[in-house]
Ligand binder design. Sequence first.
Ligand code: NAD
Length: 484
Amino acid sequence: MNIPVAQDAAYVAPQLLIDGEWIGVEARETSPVVNPANGRVVGHVPHATAADLDRALAAAEREFPLWRKIGPRERGRILKRAADLMHERGDAIARLATLEMGKPLAEARIELHVATEELEWFAEEARRTWGRVPPGRFGETRFSVHKQPVGPSAGFSAWNFPIGNACRKMGTALAAGCPMIYKPGEEAPASALAVARCLVEAGVPPGVISVVFGVPDTISRHLLASPIIRKISFTGSVPVGKHLVKLAADSMKRTTMELGGHAPVLVFDDADQENVLDQSVQRKFRNCGQVCVSPTRFYVQDAAYDAFCDGFAARAKTIRVGDGMDPDTMMGPMVHGRRRDAIEALVKDAVAQGARLLAGGERVGNEGFFYAPTVLADVPDSARIMSEEPFGPVAVLNRFSDIDDAITKANHLPFGLAAYAFTQSVARIHRLADDVEAGMLGINSFNISMPEVPFGGIKESGMGSEVGVEGLDAYLVTKTLSIT
Ligand code: NAD
């Protein structure tokens, strides 16, 4: 393991952003922000009071009529300026993300690049949020269908892509004409705030976005109880998503839910095994496995299985684990001790139930929240890791016999976010496209995302999509107009 690099001094103290005002801790409650590479507290995030939240709500209500009237062209210009500012500050923002949640700096830079592309996409696509004019049938009566911004929104997201999630949540709402009160993960507040600062400096008027932190359940209950909020968008775990949908139902708020997954990977024996292994190991351990679409359950066809296990374990052992600030690091720590403990328990349970441990399976170093890249094989379905989302650096390898067996195994969990398959057979590809239950299916690659296509899950993995035309549409309501 590499020696941690002390960079904590570069940290920017988190604040609240409410009605255009940047507000520090003052007399508020706080929670610590911890550098997961060494366990040291780097700052404290202020918790919004009920009065702060009411102020953010009042500002969103006040600004909505003005922000929607500005129109998509001007809103798009502001978003593009914000993307430019993010590029200018890219290195500093990426460092904040690494410091707060541990990912290698190179990954944080890629995240920033992808995030700005999304801002640019929203900026352009908002100009095409038009309706339609169908041919009439009642003589003089003319019908038209109009798209209008839904109203003030609330966004909640996880800490795993603190730059990307902030751009996705606030960028979509703003492009569509909706103010947003945004609550990023308390674990990684400063990188999300850096995005908000770019938006404000690019010209988003005071009160159109507010950024708040606190005890998540307290904040969401307060915001969801308000009739001012017309839409919520959440990125996080399935149980919290279900809880928020129930709260939203009381006042029939629209919801977009990007929830957890347990992505299957079906590797057929006609695939280019070396290439699949290279891709798989890189994707599995990206962001320390803390990715909702992370490949998790690898099912490998019988004839290819043993060599695949050997190849996976050998590659996993070459991953250099360390402080994300170190340029040699390939995988950083887990975000906090709670997640590291959860992974440790899942691995112990699987091994106790008969799984073979091919790599890792232990903590790394004496400080921080490091856990070794871990590979388990022959894991019984009764092991918790076969049905609970690990959200950490563990790959689970099992075998399958034929395509029916593979599809049954892929679909048997209640999740349906991402799935992947590797094969050269066109017939198989069509069958997989028809029958694998997932919101996103990658064939012969783990690349399943770009701004132009929807990102979202089915079954318990969520409702609705982000990005793509669908992502913007989720912030619009439809009005049918008849004029006689
Ligand atoms: P979590 O659901 O506990 O927390 C995720 C985020 O939601 C955090 O920022 C947290 O503060 C917030 N949150 C928690 N309870 C809340 C509440 N009552 N009201 C409002 N916000 C609340 O999950 P976690 O363990 O921190 O993160 C990992 C989970 O998030 C995994 O299940 C993962 O799959 C999921 N996730 C999904 C996506 C996606 O796009 N589908 C992306 C990232 C993470």
